[in-house]
Design a protein around this ligand. Structure first.
Ligand code: HEM
Length: 353
């Protein structure tokens, strides 16, 4: 229990540091200063890396599988302290996590363990692109692919008992293949291959919208409905991110880069976090998490402020972009505050999970 709580608390701290680093990139002076250049690695390879690896380790319950999240947390804190030695530590954590994912695939060979395994490889390649090749746009694309495939794998697993036509499985494989083609070969023809990756994200979003059991959740009440709303709205953001990539390619920095990345990273990924938190946190902490309808407030705040940010990115409205970015971060903090408060105080309990 101690290691799980330690890793979860450390991940939350890394989330706060990476949000602060993101706001610093928008020009807002926050504490601790000097993290702007580490925003991407802190958010994706340290925070998400550790959280997802921790969830796997808890499921496997074998001591060695806890090493990757420990390394990712350590690497993240080293970066936050300004130690570039954090990069090799994050690389080692991601490499070991690939070994964990391969082990899971060997235990249970299936399309969903395969997708999650490919996701793990993309995390490692993203870290290599960042710290070995010094290519942030490539790293940002590979990391987006990592999170998209981890989520897609998770959804494949949860939807595997839902009857689907035979074509669904080759459609998924095709969408995954297109995504990988664009992501892995990106540096060869960045203009074209970013668009190919966008097509892949778009196709995966369509697949999820078509076959995910989230539609069934919509017809239920309470936390189930909330999960359905979070997931389906998140898929719409992935669709949008894919379309933006298709249309614009990936500029190496600037507002369009910001709009494309955060459609996926904030709109899709954080809607998934909101939707899965009622399942992931009880699994990791082995404690029930309570749901309260107030959780819709940060969800709609996230979507609304992201629409404003993307509008501002495309319209060149800099001060709106800064304010919207601040509200993006507040929506995330608010969600965790509401969930933690409601769970701890047992406020207006609806239904224990
Ligand atoms: C919530 C508030 C957030 C803010 C204010 C923020 C802000 C920014 C800014 C300003 C940039 C640079 C864009 C440019 O070049 O103009 C950026 C890049 C990036 N962001 Fe965020 N971001 C946030 C959330 C996230 C999240 C949730 C993720 C991942 C899950 C993420 C991952 C990235 C990555 C990978 C990059 C590219 C790294 C680079 O080029 O250095 N961001 N972010």
């Amino acid at each position: 229990m101690a290691i799980r709580v330690f890793l979860l608390v450390s991940s939350v701290l890394l989330l706060l540091l990476s949000l602060s680093a993101g706001l610093e990139r928008l020009g807002l002076a926050l504490w601790p200063p000097g993290l702007a250049g580490f925003h991407g690695p802190l958010m994706v390879s340290a925070f998400f890396g550790a959280l997802i690896a921790l969830e796997r380790a808890v499921g496997l319950n074998e001591a060695w599988t806890f090493v990757p999240p420990v390394l990712m947390v350590l690497g993240g804190f080293l970066l936050a302290l300004g130690q570039s030695f954090g990069h090799p530590v994050l690389l080692a954590g991601a490499l070991l996590y690939v070994a964990v994912a391969a082990y899971i695939y060997r235990l249970q060979p299936a399309d969903f363990t395969q997708a999650m395994g490919v996701g793990a490889v993309l995390l490692f390649f993203g870290n290599v692109a960042w710290s070995v090749f010094g290519n942030p746009p490539w790293a940002a694309l590979l990391w987006a692919g990592y999170l998209v495939l981890i989520v897609a794998g998770e959804r494949l697993e949860l939807s595997r008992f839902v009857p689907k036509p035979a074509r669904a499985s080759w459609q998924f494989a095709l969408a995954e293949g297109i995504t990988l083609l664009g992501l892995l070969l990106y540096p060869l023809y960045p203009e074209l291959l970013a668009r190919v990756a966008g097509l892949g994200f778009f196709a995966l979003a369509l697949w999820l919208l078509r076959y995910d059991i989230a539609w069934v959740n919509l017809k239920r009440e309470g936390v189930h409905k909330f999960m359905g709303v979070s997931l389906l709205t998140g898929y719409v953001w992935l669709l949008a991110g894919g379309l933006f990539l298709l249309g614009y390619g990936l500029p190496p920095a600037g507002p369009v880069y910001d709009a494309i990345l955060h459609s996926v990273y904030l709109g899709f990924v954080f809607a998934m976090v909101f939707g899965h938190a009622p399942v992931i946190f009880p699994a990791v902490l082995r404690l029930p998490i309570r749901f309260h309808p107030l959780a819709y407030l940060p969800l709609w705040l996230l979507h609304g402020s992201l629409v404003a940010r993307i509008y501002a990115d495309f319209a060149g409205a800099f001060s709106l972009r800064v304010q919207a970015g601040l509200w993006n971060a507040l929506a995330i903090v608010l969600y965790f505050l509401i969930t933690a408060t409601v769970s701890l105080l047992g406020l207006r309990e609806r239904r224990p999970l």
